[in-house]
Design a protein around this ligand. Structure first.
Ligand SMILES: Nc1ncnc2c1ncn2[C@@H]1O[C@H](COP(=O)(O)OP(=O)(O)OP(=O)(O)O)[C@@H](O)[C@H]1O
Length: 218
């Protein structure tokens, strides 16, 4: 099993006192599997994704990735995880304006020591970005920038791809194309995909669906 999440609890300190966002969440994901994470705004989806991506730590519970408990890793261990094993796609593209598209796509793979020019060529081709490789991010449309961001995430061939509304600000047709590519590339690399979405149509394209309600699996 690629990912095994057990009994995750997370409480935030707020002005009104402690607020328990996640109240005993569990989920599993195999390599090559796709899982949609749905739920109302505020139900804790992004919080859960952050914890699984090692961007924050749970108060209680276990997050096993390839048999390693990431909740027990120190900061360095979590940084290693973020560099190579787990790829995260956010709504904001966070492309580097001074780098060409090709170097943006290669950026994380180089950092992770997993730069593979042949794979980058395949990615660019499948994402329809080959003609854009020599351009800068500001010269691209929103949908093209989104595809660059996804290609960048997939470039190091992460074992697990976490995506938070990756197509949230794209029109339906572009979102569908981007989704096709992402699902195809995840299949090609054998990665697991966990994706937060508000869209029933997109959730329906994933193999399984997990619905959160007020910090618990509904
Ligand atoms: N750092 C924080 N400090 C305090 N409260 C927080 C913090 N981050 C999130 N929250 C609260 O935790 C709850 C869950 O937030 P989260 O972003 O995980 O929800 P979500 O399901 O992803 O929502 P959305 O669909 O709107 O993105 C919300 O009520 C939010 O206000």
């Amino acid at each position: 099993m690629l990912l095994d999440v057990k009994d995750i609890h997370k409480t935030y300190a707020t002005a009104d006192g402690p607020f328990e966002v996640l109240r005993g969440i569990g989920l599993t994901l195999d390599a090559g599997e796709t899982l949609a994470l749905t739920g109302e705004s505020g139900s804790g989806k992004s919080t859960l994704l952050h914890l699984i991506g090692g961007l924050d730590t749970p108060d209680r519970g276990q997050i096993m990735l390839d048999g390693v408990d990431i909740a027990a890793l120190d900061d360095n261990g979590r940084a290693d995880l973020r560099r190579g094993t787990v790829g995260v796609v956010f709504q904001q593209f966070n492309l580097i304006p001074s780098l060409k598209v090709s170097d943006n796509i290669a950026f994380q793979a180089r950092l992770a020591g997993r730069y593979d020019p042949d794979w980058l060529t395949v990615l660019a081709d499948r994402m329809g970005l080959t003609p854009q490789m020599g351009k800068y991010p500001e010269q691209l449309s929103g949908g093209q920038q989104q595809r660059v961001a996804i290609a960048r995430t997939l470039a190091p061939k992460p074992r697990l791809v976490l995506a938070d509304e990756p197509t949230g600000n794209l029109d339906e047709a572009t979102a569908s194309v981007v989704m096709d590519l992402m699902l195809e590339l995840v299949t090609v690399t054998g990665a697991g995909l966990l994706m937060v979405t508000h869209s029933d149509a997109l959730a329906g394209r994933m193999q399984r669906r997990l619905h959160l309600r007020a910090g618990q699996v509904a």
